[in-house]
Design a protein around this ligand. Structure first.
Ligand SMILES: C[S@@+](CC[C@H](N)C(=O)[O-])C[C@H]1O[C@@H](n2cnc3c(N)ncnc32)[C@H](O)[C@@H]1O
Length: 272
């Protein structure tokens, strides 16, 4: 199956009206999303992470950068956003300059699977919205997040690729058509969170929200088919529609599940 582009076109065309309209039709409010995060979830994240104006926050896989800016603007915190996608980081840096927040909002191009380029205990909070599924060696990443968080620092991440039932090889291929993905069994994230030294505070099942977002995203794109084909080309448009339909089917039947995990850096070293 050919690889379908999602992120280059979403971030490279961030300012295009048709992409903005699709984000609004899908999520209600435009935070530059390419994820399954609802607005309710977006507004809850800073509270769950206990972000204050004094917090230094890390977003792994910040995409367009718009949501990191939202957190900085609404809480007064400082924030660093990382992403491996160059178009995303370019867009994020342009947004920071336009909003005059360059003193406390920073974006860096970074492949988080290669480690986090920060000193020990640099951050009060870290989060990754629908990113961790793209990153190999998940335990190494969680150990890196543990390292860069201060004691009692909080981590929130979502994973939309927890296996809930039988999935065919064609469905796995379509669901993975946009790049590297790691599918894991229930309980795997909980185990890795503990192994990395975190204390698990909360797990929420947001599978039904994912179905709703995928459906709205697919329908919003369908109703702007010609405009999108002019930008993305027909094969990519069709590939993304199949990807979104596959998400709708797998999640509505709970064969794939999405969970949001909230954890805290246990000040007691692992093994004690
Ligand atoms: C589903 S999108 C979510 C983007 C954003 N968090 C949001 O909520 O809209 C996943 C993001 O993870 C980024 N990503 C994938 N692999 C990565 C890696 N190894 N290091 C850093 N970012 C990565 C992608 O470029 C993409 O922007």
């Amino acid at each position: 199956m050919p690889t379908v582009d999602l992120y280059d076109s979403a971030y490279g065309n961030y300012e295009e009206d048709v992409y903005r309209q699709i984000r609004i039709a899908t999520y209600g409010e435009d935070f530059g999303q390419t994820s399954w995060v609802t607005n309710d979830e977006s507004s809850e994240i800073p509270q769950l992470l206990a972000v204050t104006p004094n917090s230094h926050t890390l977003e792994i896989g910040c995409g367009s950068g718009r949501y990191a800016l939202q957190i900085a603007e609404t809480t007064g915190c400082s924030i660093v956003g990382l992403d491996v996608n160059e178009a995303g980081i370019r867009n994020a840096k342009a947004l920071v300059n336009a909003r005059g927040l360059s003193g406390r909002v920073f974006f860096e191009h970074c492949d988080a699977s290669e480690g986090l380029p920060f000193r020990h205990a640099s951050f009060d909070a870290a989060f990754a919205n629908d990113v961790i599924c793209h990153i190999p060696r998940r335990l190494s990443l969680l150990l890196e997040v543990f390292r860069v968080l201060k004691p009692l620092g909080r981590l929130l991440f979502s994973d939309a690729l927890v296996i809930g039932g039988a999935i065919s090889h064609e469905e796995i291929a379509t669901r993975s058509s946009i790049g590297y993905y790691l599918f894991t069994p229930p309980g795997h994230n909980e185990e890795l969170i503990r192994k990395a030294g975190f204390r698990l505070l909360r797990v929420s099942d947001t599978t039904a929200n994912t179905t709703r977002i995928a459906m709205r995203w697919r329908d919003a794109r369908d109703s702007r088919r010609d405009e999108l084909i002019a930008v993305e080309g027909e094969p990519n448009f069709d590939g993304l529609q199949q990807f979104l339909s596959c998400v709708c089917a797998l999640n509505s039947e709970r064969r794939l599940l999405r969970y949001v995990y909230l954890a805290e850096k246990d000040p007691v070293p692992v093994g004690d």
